[in-house]
Design a protein around this ligand. Structure first.
Ligand code: TA6
Length: 310
């Protein structure tokens, strides 16, 4: 089973409209509202591909109730720590040219006893999991070290741990040496203590992070695809070109594919292939964190994974 942890869960609302005109009244053509936040998007993409998954994290208020009811409706098992605060709304405004404008609320403030409840629930869930994936921002009230603490709890239960977050939460979470992380180039440069001039410098930096105990790292290169390093070997991955409808959630779908491949014990090349096909498939749907399984299967054959050495 794969367990996803969303400490800052959201209702992801997507508005499709002709154009966003600041300072004016705009009427929205299509509205989508569904359980969201990075970890929940990961769980949905895993579930859509028929792989056992359970979503946990913090959820509270009427928005938290909507999130849990939505997961039940989507057939996704869930077991959240209920909190006093109100889970947030994350808004994505898509215009007719495909330009996405995201407005992400900060979310609730978490209390000490709610953090303790998360520690205890995670220990029980991680004992049943092959992979535990932590995704998304940390809510207020939670120290930046909380991911490192939770990663330690999950690893102690024998789970393989993924961490997909950013900034200081990633820097401190990475100290617990999760199996998989998905940093951007700036975060890698911060780790290394110097700027990254070119792809070769990025490759060398990834290999140094492998040596430092971060087994599997993937860095998005945008339209060029991604660069990955796995236990001392680097790979360049090229995604098929598609006409994106809504790319929001593609990073989460990538994590979902990587988690499925890892849980199934696939070779790293196949994990990278499934991750990239899932991320690309997400961009083909109007909803955030959603794929058509047939798209994933079709795209698998179009992903190019090239071993570029250690
Ligand atoms: O990656 C897309 C997304 O999950 C959106 O759906 C929205 O929920 C946002 O990211 C949340 O990001 P954050 O980093 O605040 O957890």
């Amino acid at each position: 089973m794969i367990v996803t942890v969303t400490l800052n869960a959201a209702i992801d609302k997507t508005y499709h409209l002709p154009a966003l005109a600041a300072g004016q009244v705009s009427r929205v053509d299509r509205v989508y509202a569904e359980p969201g936040g990075k970890g929940i998007n990961v769980a949905r993409v895993v579930a859509l591909q028929g792989v056992p998954v359970l979503a946990t994290g913090f959820a509270g208020g009427s928005n938290g109730d909507f999130i849990e009811r939505g997961l039940t409706r989507q057939g996704i098992a869930h077991d959240f720590v209920k909190i006093e605060g109100e889970s947030r709304i994350c808004l994505n405004i898509m215009d007719q040219d495909g330009v996405s404008t995201e407005l992400l609320e900060p979310g609730p403030t978490i209390a000490g006893q709610e953090m303790e409840a998360m520690r205890q629930k995670l220990a029980l869930l991680a004992a049943r999991a092959k992979v535990v994936a932590f995704s998304g921002s940390l809510p207020a009230g939670v120290p930046k070290s909380f991911y490192a603490e939770l990663i330690g709890i999950a690893q102690k239960q024998g789970a393989v741990v993924f961490l997909d977050t950013s900034g200081e939460a990633l820097m401190q979470g990475a100290e617990a040496k999760p199996y998989f992380i998905k940093p951007n180039e700036d975060e890698i440069a911060q780790w290394l203590g110097h700027s990254i001039e070119d792809e070769n410098a990025l490759k060398q930096g990834l290999l140094r992070l492998n040596e430092a105990g971060l087994s599997c790292i993937s860095v998005s290169m945008g339209a060029k695809g991604s660069l990955a390093a796995f236990r001392g070997t680097c790979y360049r991955v090229r995604a098929p070109k598609v006409d994106a409808v809504n790319a929001v959630g593609s990073g989460d779908a990538y994590v979902a594919g990587m988690a499925i491949g890892t849980a199934q014990g696939l070779p790293i090349e196949e994990c990278l292939r499934l991750a990239t096909a899932s991320g690309t498939a997400n961009a083909l749907t109007a909803r955030a964190g959603y794929v058509e399984p047939e798209d994933v299967k079709r795209l698998l054959g179009e992903v190019v994974v090239e071993r570029i050495g250690g």
